[in-house]
Design a binder for this molecule. Structure first.
Ligand SMILES: Cc1ncc(COP(=O)(O)OP(=O)(O)O)c(N)n1
Ligand SMILES: Cc1nc(C(=O)O)sc1CCOP(=O)(O)O
Ligand SMILES: [Mg+2]
Length: 190
């Protein structure tokens, strides 16, 4: 896991999220500390998924929560000032309800169906992504079934970035996969 993250960053990944739905808090802390030392000096922030206690224990740069996790008002109360807080949003109604005083960015998805998260919601496609990106008052990261070849449409829909799992972690060469995506994003941003 640490080596995959190191390679992804060497290829151009600008954020790393620790997401392990099976891990308990102790395991998240152990993995998070290993990731923190691998990322030291890279300038790449580490975001912890779901686990407030682990995020605080490892001094992660950020925490990501979904609509079914602890609410953002309570999370913001618990985490240190300055910790990045991300929230999942899958509808325009939820997008309009995002409070920019509490939430720093939103993860918008799933754009497409994905086997990484078998309990995902109905895919929203690029049209749904565009509607949500217009409605949300903070930066947006598209997620769900995204791979090489999708960056231009993601950015054209108004999202600020994209988050991938299998398109990097599920490949035999995470560095090359991240590099291709980073180049695509750079070219699409021109
Ligand atoms: C960047 C980003 N966007 C969305 C998610 C999904 O979070 P959540 O809805 O809480 O689902 P789980 O990841 O916890 O299964 C994410 N992790 N990251
Ligand atoms: C963790 C996660 N959250 C989603 C959401 O829609 O909120 S989709 C997803 C999995 C993304 O994995 P992949 O890049 O392999 O499709
Ligand atoms: Mg969650």
């Amino acid at each position: 896991m640490v080596e995959t993250a190191r390679l992804a960053v060497a290829g151009g990944a600008t954020v790393v999220q620790l997401r392990d739905k099976q891990a308990d808090t102790n395991a998240m802390i152990e993995c998070g500390l290993a990731l923190k030392s691998a990322l030291a000096g890279t300038g790449v922030p580490l975001i912890v998924n779901d686990d407030v206690e682990a995020a605080i224990a490892i001094s992660a740069e950020g925490l990501h929560v979904g609509q079914g996790d602890l609410g953002v008002t309570e999370v913001r109360r618990q985490i240190p000032a300055g910790m990045i807080l991300g929230l999942s949003v899958g509808t325009v109604e939820l997008a309009q309800a995002v409070d920019p005083q509490l939430v720093d960015y939103v993860g918008v998805g799933p754009v497409f169906a994905t086997r990484t998260k078998l309990d995902h919601k109905t895919p929203i496609g690029f049209d749904g992504l565009a509607r949500i990106a217009r409605a949300v008052p903070v930066p947006t990261v598209a997620i769900g079934g995204l791979k090489e070849g999708h960056a231009a449409q993601v950015l054209a829909a108004g999202a600020d970035g994209l988050a991938v799992v299998s398109a990097i972690c599920g490949t035999t060469d995470p560095q090359a996969a991240a590099r291709k995506l980073a180049i695509e994003i750079r070219e699409a941003s021109r």
